[in-house]
Design a binder for this molecule. Structure first.
Ligand SMILES: [Zn+2]
Length: 412
């Protein structure tokens, strides 16, 4: 099925034209950049967990040539080239694929909406007691007397939410000594320059409720929906006071009800310099769970609060704001859940800041394009009820089967 995937992304997703722009700064290399990229793309598509695993596969005569071409890299060459890879063309590939998917109406809405919503999130992709590169952040996981230094990498990731398939748009590393919002702003400026009208709204964790970040994001034209927690004392207290004296709307849930408050024109976030809106949702529902071989129902109470502010004073309906707030956690939307579970997202293929970034950008592209392929190009009876792991196995079958000179119509 890898052959079908290749022809599909070549014909429909302009894949090989985009691939022409991918470059690295190796001198006098005998292995073309396209062979390196396609090896990594193939590695992710069939879910191999390491560069050595990839090398073992590549060494089998005749197996990977149809995908990669006649000259195949070793694990060391892949690592060396990834260290020298320019991440910009990779980001461009992700951007182009997303833009094309939007134009082709390939995104399916998980709920009716006319806005395009992105979620900013921090992820941790590496942690270890040993090994340090120039981008490793450090923290003490011991005590002051007996410090134990742990090295870690953290990234900010922007992804589309409220739609399927999951699509990650960009990633930016958090550098040692800087905050996540600093990295997020760098990401946002770059993304906005490249795709100024792709997203209308950003939905974020409480950590992003910082005036400098919010001001800049509003200047760029984004509406902001950010979780409100007690740490933002003035705004939280003022909103709380209004909730006490306002009658909530009641909404029906599948297994319970939600009380919803929506208060506007709060001015207590003084650093922002403009009024904001706070939406609160108090959910009470019964959750069915399996405990020791029995199904039991448990009462669950969830109390959500979001700060909402739009650059032009737009006031989208309360219902849609609740959707956006929860969309960050949607199973189907969450690329990360699946990426960590099945795609080795938190696995470090090669500890080097540029290589790690490049390998992950190719991973996001593989996740998105294979998802589109499975969703749009496979018969439901082949696709439905099958795990992505199973589908990755189907992709790998073509490599084993052999007998094809190239999967591509116009091999790179
Ligand atoms: Zn590092």
């Amino acid at each position: 099925m890898l052959g079908r995937l290749a022809r599909y992304i070549e014909r429909r997703w302009d894949f090989l034209n985009m691939l022409k722009h991918v470059r690295d700064s190796r001198q006098n290399s005998t292995i073309p950049t396209s062979a390196i990229f396609l090896s990594v793309f193939g590695m992710h598509s069939i879910r191999l967990g390491s560069l050595n695993g990839l090398e073992q596969q590549l060494q089998i005569p005749g197996r990977w040539e149809p995908l990669v071409g006649p000259v195949k890299p070793s694990a060391d060459t892949v690592a060396y080239a990834m260290e020298r890879c320019d991440p910009e063309p990779l980001r461009m590939m992700l951007a182009n694929a997303a833009r094309l998917a939007k134009r082709k109406k390939a995104f399916k809405r998980l709920y009716p909406d006319t806005y395009w919503v992105g979620a900013l999130d921090g992820i941790e992709t590496y942690k270890s007691k040993k090994g340090c590169c120039e981008n490793c952040c450090q923290r003490n996981v011991g005590t002051d007397e007996k410090p134990i230094i742990e090295y870690y990498h953290r990234e900010v990731v922007l992804q589309v939410v409220g739609v399927t398939p999951a699509c990650i748009l960009d990633e930016e590393p958090v550098l040692p000594g800087e905050t996540e919002t600093t990295a997020a702003l760098r990401l946002l400026e770059r993304f906005h320059t490249r795709m100024p009208r792709f997203l209308d709204v950003l939905t974020m964790d409480a950590f992003y409720l910082q005036a400098p970040f919010a001001k800049r994001a509003l200047d760029l034209g984004y509406g902001l929906v950010t979780i409100l927690k007690q740490e933002n004392r003035d705004l939280y207290r003022d909103a709380e006071g209004l909730f006490q004296i306002t009658t909530p709307e009641t909404a029906a849930l599948v297994n319970g009800t939600a009380e919803v408050w929506d208060v506007k024109d709060l001015t207590s976030w003084s650093q922002l310099g403009r009024p904001v809106r706070v939406v609160r949702e108090l959910k009470k529902y019964l959750k069915r769970e399996r405990v020791a071989n029995n199904w039991v129902e448990r009462k669950v109470v969830e109390d959500w609060r979001w700060v909402v502010v739009f650059p032009d004073g737009q006031q989208p309906p309360t219902d849609i704001i609740r959707r956006w707030g929860h969309a960050r956690w949607d199973e189907e939307t969450r690329g990360f859940g699946e990426l960590t579970k099945h795609w080795h997202l938190d696995h470090c293929y090669h500890h080097h800041p540029v290589a790690m970034l490049a390998i992950r950008l190719i991973l996001y592209l593989a996740l998105f394009l294979t998802s589109l392929f499975f969703q749009r190009n496979l018969q439901p009876e082949i696709r439905d009820g099958k795990t992505r792991l199973h589908l990755a196995g189907l992709l790998a079958d073509d490599l084993v089967r052999g007998g094809v000179a190239s999967f591509w119509e116009k091999p790179p």
